[in-house]
Design a protein around this ligand. Structure first.
Ligand code: GLP
Length: 267
């Protein structure tokens, strides 16, 4: 895992946006794995800004989101489809037909959504770069603690903690789903590269378990230790409990000077 600790959330978003831009420059038809959550908002803002300044184009790109709530329609403002349209897709030049979420249409058997989504990802050639956040309990997508480390896209019940964490985003009168359809852990592990962003003190414990704890289904994000190409971008607060912090900073400096030497850095 490459662990990069930056001063604040804005710097995290800006390096994240730069890494996505670098991918799109070399691979304009990249398949992006996308995520929702408040951490990703700053990243989407920066990507939109880069698009508006003609620094990147999404015209040939396609996307697959990690997850979607089950039980609310796509046109409900609380759906992840609505979030993605509002915060990102409607502001860039991606072809909406090429953007995908594991949505269950009204009346459709939710059990069938997962295998279909897996097939679509595979037909698109697999995910080049999967963006993601991490839940306070170490979940990735909606793979909650105790999820099978070999799981594929399927229906999951949210933990009470996740339900409570996300309740801040729902008004008292709104229906808040307790179920979701999420890419599985094995689906996520199939992505060629993974970029995980975490900011704020409330993520520090999950981050420390993910990076320095044992690989365990009780911290689903810890499986990322087994992936060859993971970059974790953290702000100071989210990195607060990392024991090996000095080494990560030291490694980052070595990698940066190596990249500069071989001119691997662009903006
Ligand atoms: C939700 C999403 C996750 C996301 C998590 C953290 O539960 N399903 O994919 O990582 O929230 O979100 P936030 O960035 O708002 O803390």
């Amino acid at each position: 895992m490459e662990i990069i600790v930056l001063k604040d959330a804005e710097k995290v978003a800006s390096l994240g946006a730069k890494l996505v831009s670098e991918l799109l420059r070399v691979r304009p038809a990249a398949v992006l794995g996308l995520a929702t959550g408040s951490t990703q908002l700053a990243l989407y803002r920066q990507l939109v800004e880069r698009y508006e300044n003609n620094k990147i184009s999404f015209s040939q790109a396609s996307s697959f989101n990690l997850d979607e709530y089950l039980g609310i329609a796509a046109d409900n403002p609380q759906s992840y489809r609505a979030y993605m349209d509002r915060e990102f897709f409607d502001r860039i030049n991606i072809d909406k037909d090429n953007t995908h979420l594991p949505c269950c249409e009204d009346g459709e058997n939710p059990v069938l959504v997962g295998p279909r989504y897996e097939q679509m990802i595979s037909d698109a050639g697999g995910i080049d770069l999967q963006l993601m956040g991490i839940g306070v309990n170490g979940h990735i997508g909606f793979n909650e603690p105790s999820s099978s480390l070999s799981s594929r896209t399927r229906v999951k019940t949210l933990t009470q903690q996740t339900y409570r964490d996300n309740s801040r985003l729902f008004s008292k009168t709104e229906f808040q789903p307790k179920l979701a359809i999420t890419m599985g852990i094995a689906t996520i592990m199939d992505a060629r590269k993974i970029l995980l962003l975490a900011t704020g003190e409330n993520k520090a414990e999950a981050v420390s378990k993910m990076v320095e704890g044992p690989v365990s289904a009780m911290c689903p994000a810890s499986i990322l230790q087994m992936h060859e190409q993971v970059t974790v971008l953290l702000d100071e607060a989210a990195a607060g409990l990392l024991e090996n912090r000095e080494y990560y900073d030291w490694t980052y400096l070595q990698n940066e000077s190596l990249k500069k030497r071989f001119r691997l850095i662009h903006d």
